[in-house]
Design a binder for this molecule. Structure first.
Ligand code: BES
Ligand code: ZN
Ligand code: MN
Length: 506
């Protein structure tokens, strides 16, 4: 989708569909919507008075404006988008609305549309931020993963090809352009993550994940190192190696480096992502129902790689590292067994009580590696536990931290991007559940507080290093379209990580 800005009068603009808006409770629209209403002889006000249009959040009303009836009116259709109540309206509303609008227009076969700058009217938001939210929402909401549908075509499945933001005030054009570029970059990073998560596991083994990471690094002028199994063995990553042992696909340990502040070697942040390209459970095999979703068990790794693409483009003044210990978790003949004891890179022994608690094993060694390279701030992102959904449902991903400041910075970044995380405690009572009779710890803590014990396990390796753990298991995939999400991968956390890097850079 091409998103651009056009300077001119909306009512005269030639396009297939013009998008205007309305707050809930407004009976006579002002601003750009009012101008369009006027050009249409009061048609919009009429539909409001008839109760057809209420301005509720997400309400979309499509009207046709044929040349015969409206001679001097440019657009052939007008879509009136409800903004909801003014008191709760924000950038997240604009993103969600823009996403819904794109899907609505595509259902009607509209290929070219123009929109007014939502939020810049009575809501008084900055033009740059409004344009950014429109672009970000449009790209995210119009995302599709259809590369394996060879028979789909433009006629059966039309795409919106062009979206223009029409602005009458020439002084705002530059700001709008900047916003569009930012929104497209943020959304593009999340869509790259979505692509990886949506890929089936046979098409996307660890070697493919490493190949995508290599492309992202070279396109963004970043360094990358992909460690092979022998190097991982030499570094002593026994926990990660144990997970990879049952798979015929070679593991790939991926490390991308963005040098945004080379003069300040201590100014860095490390993003670690769980990269299990398929989680069968291993010998502690999962039930067949829903196992296919485990092709998405590299959602955390996809988020950190996707984030690097946007970071390379924005160039914040901070050094950013992305690490993904990519592997499958399979029950092959060489697979690790329940009861096995493995040795992590830091020398700690772990009893593998359940081979399906594999994400924390891979992350344990990823954290050891990051710390061995001097990491002083770590954020890990992982589809770690089904228990995260039991605790929080589908509205929030779980967040954990040993550092209030880093946690606050992350939550603030997430709020700016409209992503939802909820902090859960790392209480000492739950921590005891990871106690092992035979090793330093075991990799499962039983049913109660399953997300907390998973976080505690990883936290053992983070130690005193400021660290945030995001358990995105509940939000990685959705089954219906809503707001910026479409069925399949969400790319959750990607935009938050990008925002965090920008915020930390100041
Ligand atoms: N990848 C899963 C967690 C998961 C579940 C992600 C559902 C997305 C949707 C993880 O590796 C896992 O299997 N966790 C176990 C942990 C248990 C064995 C302690 C779980 O959640 O049951
Ligand atoms: Zn897993
Ligand atoms: Mn598992």
């Amino acid at each position: 989708m091409d998103i651009s800005v056009a300077n001119g009068n909306v009512a005269e603009h030639r396009t297939d569909a013009l998008i205007v808006n309305l707050f809930q409770g407004v009976t006579s629209p002002g601003g750009a919507t009012g101008a369009v209403d006027h050009s249409l002889g009061g048609l919009i006000s009429h539909l409001i008075s008839e109760g057809e249009i209420k301005g509720k959040a997400g309400e979309l009303t499509l009207i046709h404006t044929p040349d015969t009836a409206y001679r001097n009116f440019g657009p052939s259709r007008v879509l009136i988008a409800g903004l909801g109540e003014a008191g709760v309206f924000d950038l997240a509303s604009i993103r969600a609305l823009s996403a819904e609008v794109v899907r609505r227009l595509e259902r009607s076969g509209v290929r070219r549309a123009a929109t007014i700058l939502h939020g810049a009217g009575v809501a008084g938001l900055e033009p740059t931020a409004c344009a950014e939210a429109i672009a970000e929402g449009a790209v995210l909401g119009g995302y599709r993963f259809d590369k394996y549908k060879t028979t789909s075509n433009e006629d059966a499945d039309p795409r919106l090809q062009k979206l223009e933001i029409v602005e009458g005030d020439v002084a705002k054009i530059g700001a709008i352009k900047t916003g569009i570029r930012r929104g497209v970059t943020f959304a593009g990073a999340a869509c790259l993550a979505r692509d990886m998560v949506n890929e089936p596991a046979n098409m996307f083994p660890p070697s493919r994940m490493a190949a995508v990471a290599t492309d992202v690094a070279s396109n963004g002028g970043m360094k990358i190192k992909v460690f092979e199994k022998d190097e991982v063995q030499a570094m002593g990553m026994g926990a990660y190696l144990g997970v990879a042992a049952g798979s015929a696909q070679p593991l790939k340990f991926i490390h991308i480096t963005y040098d945004g502040d080379p003069a300040n070697a201590d100014n860095h942040i490390w993003f670690l992502g769980k990269g299990v390209t398929f989680d069968s459970g291993g010998i502690s095999i999962k039930p067949a129902d829903g196992m296919g979703d485990m092709k998405g068990d590299m959602g955390g790794g996809a988020a950190v790689i996707g984030a690097m693409q946007a970071i390379a483009s924005f160039k914040p003044k901070i050094n950013v590292h992305a690490v993904v210990a990519a592997t499958e978790n399979m029950p092959g003949g060489a697979a690790q067994r329940p009861g096995d004891v493995v040795r992590a890179m830091n020398g700690r022994y772990i009893e593998v009580e359940n081979t399906d608690a594999e994400g924390r094993l891979t992350l344990a060694d990823a954290i050891c590696y990051a710390k061995s390279k001097g990491a002083n701030r770590i954020v890990d992102v992982a589809t770690l536990t089904g228990a995260a959904r039991i605790a929080l449902g589908n509205g929030n991903a779980a967040a954990f931290s040993n550092d209030d400041m880093l946690m606050e910075q992350l939550l603030a970044a997430a709020r700016k991007r409209g992503e939802h995380f909820w902090r859960l405690p790392l209480d000492p009572v739950s921590k005891r559940q990871n106690h092992s009779k035979v090793a330093d710890m075991k990799n499962t803590g039983g049913r109660p507080a399953g997300s907390i014990t998973g976080a505690h396990f990883i936290g053992e390796f983070a130690g005193n290093t400021p660290w945030v753990h995001l358990d995105i298991a509940a939000l990685n995939l959705v089954d219906s379209a809503r707001g910026v999400n479409v069925p399949g991968a969400t790319g959750v956390s990607t935009r938050t990580l990008v925002q965090l890097a920008m915020d930390l850079a100041g």
